[in-house]
Ligand binder design. Structure first.
Ligand SMILES: Cc1ncc(C[n+]2csc(CCOP(=O)(O)OP(=O)(O)O)c2C)c(N)n1
Ligand SMILES: [Mg+2]
Length: 275
């Protein structure tokens, strides 16, 4: 690990800790999926993958990021706060009445590009954004993170065809391939494999990575475009609940909130890995 990736690993574990506290205080949230995407979000926002300015979040030439797995709003907000888009203290208002930190991403929050969470809509939006950049001759890129279960939504595959048709090599889809959806493993509900081959067949350039390895994440996300004229797909193999042994790979933790005892045990584990 280089110095940079070590620092990023530490940040991702700090995000996980703050995120779990937020879910506990709110009495709601999506624990397993937040923990699985934390390393990817940390790389995007805290290590310069996305060209965004927290002090000027609407600057026209910014990269656009769509959190298509919008149930991960807690993770998105925590990362945006860590990146400086709004004060960390606001995280205490997550899911509180009249607060803007809603249970799914809300465009009124600085840094949030779109309201998402009805699964299957982030990729279509990102395709539109990437096409707009091409039509404007602009150099910004569109990134989107989907869940793997989310890919069972047919809208993704319509968007996939459009992206290839328009040669959107300024578009990057990252799939959080944690192999679980809400109640069970994806392959036991509507199987996705061979997932990489499906994207290739749809005309995309595909790379498969360990979604918890910061060196691999950084190398891959900064390599856009993988091939001129082709949209980019990163299948990031992750674990739902990564970082906490009693949450990891357990379907029951999709949206379970930790008890006080579970929270302190989880924080202790996360602090131990925070090196
Ligand atoms: C259209 C739609 N259907 C159902 C839901 C309810 N829902 C929220 S999360 C989820 C499971 C998503 O699984 P996955 O995409 O694999 O996400 P992750 O494992 O990263 O949490 C479901 C069914 C939704 N938000 N939107
Ligand atoms: Mg999943």
């Amino acid at each position: 690990m280089s110095i940079d990736t070590q620092a990023l690993h530490k940040k991702a574990y700090e995000i996980r800790q703050r995120n779990l506290i937020m879910i506990y205080e709110a009495g709601g949230g999506h624990t397993g999926g937040d923990l699985s995407s934390a390393d990817i979000l940390a790389a995007l926002y805290l290590n310069g993958v996305l060209n965004v300015d927290p002090k000027n979040p609407r600057t026209p030439d910014r990269d656009r990021f769509f959190m298509s797995k919008g149930h991960g709003s807690g993770l998105l907000y925590t990362t945006l706060a860590f990146a400086g888009f709004f004060p960390e203290e606001e995280l205490a208002t997550y899911m509180k009445p009249l607060a803007r930190l809603n249970g799914h991403p809300n465009v009124h929050v600085p840094g949030v590009e779109a309201n998402t969470g009805a699964l299957g809509h982030g990729l279509p939006m990102a395709v539109g954004a990437a096409l707009a950049a091409k039509m404007d001759g602009a150099s910004w890129r569109a990134f989107v993170l989907t869940g793997d279960g989310e890919l069972q939504e047919g809208s993704n595959w319509e968007a996939a065809m459009a992206a290839a048709q328009y040669q959107l090599d300024n578009l990057m889809l990252i799939v959080d391939r944690n192999r679980f959806q809400m109640v069970d493993r994806t392959e036991r509900i509507i199987g996705l494999e061979p997932l990489a081959d499906k994207w290739r067949a749809f005309g995309w350039s595909v790379r498969e990575i360990n979604g918890h390895d910061h060196a691999e994440i950084m190398q891959t996300l900064t390599a856009i475009p993988f091939e001129a004229g082709k949209p980019n797909c990163v299948i990031a193999y992750t674990h739902k609940g990564e970082g906490v042994s009693f949450i990891k790979d357990r379907a029951g933790w999709h949206h379970r909130v930790p008890t006080e005892e579970e929270l302190s045990a989880a924080l202790e584990e996360l602090r131990g890995a925070d090196r």
